[in-house]
Design a protein around this ligand. Structure first.
Ligand SMILES: Nc1ncnc2c1ncn2[C@@H]1O[C@H](COP(=O)(O)OP(=O)(O)OP(=O)(O)O)[C@@H](O)[C@H]1O
Length: 299
């Protein structure tokens, strides 16, 4: 059964870089919640504020306004439980692993830190189990160094390493964008399986709105640090209500995503205007379908 109480929530969070006239809202009054057994896709073009949200969640940045809530409690600096519960998978599986260490070492390290009571034999068994979870053969993989692995295999090791501490939330920032097209779906399927079998709450960050369909129950579309549209994936993809979401979808060469091409073409003539208007701060929110909301463009 899906737990409807959020594991993690951003409550009206803003992050500003720079000062005065040159300041940029990398995140502006962003609120969303991650729930066990569900994936939320955070979608937007480069510079829309996706990675800033990930860094806020990973506590690399402090919010200028708003707060993070972990199981309903405001997150403080000293929450060791939070650090263990919230793990990240990075875009670049090549730089995420230390070339001097074996797979066994990479997976044992978090176990040594977070499960101090394990014997050497128990750690070895735990590493084998983690490798099996990410569909890699422990007998073949444990002794290998990162340079002996393919990109897809490295990303599976990164996922296994994140799982080693028993997380509740995984933040996956563009986890497939540096991989060959042929292995991308395998990684997304693996994340799906982790979500289901371990009841993880996933935040899937991507610039590619089409891939959100494979993993996410819900989608948030961001532009200029602001959430412009959010709702159930099917509803947002099949019936996008915000001009900026339609702009993103217009760039998707995917016949499975249905939208009235002619209707969007008229808007595409006005791309710059859509971006300019979508970037304007807009506090008004409208519900356009069950659980499906937009921040209407002002003016
Ligand atoms: N440390 C920083 N200092 C100054 N400006 C920053 C910093 N980090 C992000 N920004 C700015 O904040 C805005 C949002 O950036 P962010 O990296 O969150 O976007 P993004 O959607 O993740 O883009 P990408 O997909 O390219 O990573 C951008 O205008 C960016 O230039």
């Amino acid at each position: 059964m899906i737990d409807q109480n959020p594991v993690l929530a951003l409550d009206n969070v803003s992050k500003v870089f720079g000062k005065g006239d040159t300041s940029i809202y990398a995140a502006r009054s962003v609120s969303f919640a991650l729930r066990a057994g569900r994936t939320l896709a955070l979608v937007g073009e480069s510079g829309s504020g996706k990675t800033t949200c990930a860094r806020l969640i990973m506590r690399e940045y402090q919010p200028d306004q708003g707060q993070l809530l972990f199981r309903g409690v405001p997150v403080t600096h000293s929450m060791a439980a939070y650090r263990r519960a919230v793990q990240m998978i990075f875009q670049d599986p090549f730089s995420a692993l230390n070339p001097a260490h074996t797979v066994q070492y990479h997976l044992e390290r978090p176990l040594r830190l977070h499960q101090k009571g394990l014997s050497a034999a128990q750690r070895k068994a735990a590493v084998a189990e983690l490798l099996e979870r990410v569909k890699l053969d422990p007998a073949l993989m444990a002794a290998k160094f990162p340079h002996e692995l393919s990109g897809g295999q490295r990303q599976r090791i990164s996922i296994a390493r994140a799982l080693a501490v028993g997380p509740e939330v995984i933040v996956a920032d563009e986890p497939t964008s540096m991989l060959d097209v042929s292995v991308r779906l395998g990684i997304l399927n693996l994340l799906n399986e982790m979500k289901r079998s371990l009841g993880l709450a996933l935040l899937y960050i991507t610039h590619d709105i089409a891939t959100a369909r494979y993993v996410a129950e819900d989608i948030i579309v961001m532009y200029a640090g602001q959430i412009v549209e959010w709702g159930p994936t099917e509803s947002v993809l099949n019936d996008p209500q915000h001009a900026y979401t339609r702009l993103l979808l217009s760039a998707v060469p995917d016949p499975d995503i249905r939208f009235a091409q002619s209707q969007y073409n008229a808007e595409m003539a006005d791309v710059d205007n859509i971006r300019r208007l979508s970037a304007a701060p807009q506090p008004v929110i409208s519900e356009v379908g069950p659980g499906h909301f937009i921040r209407p463009i002002a003016g």
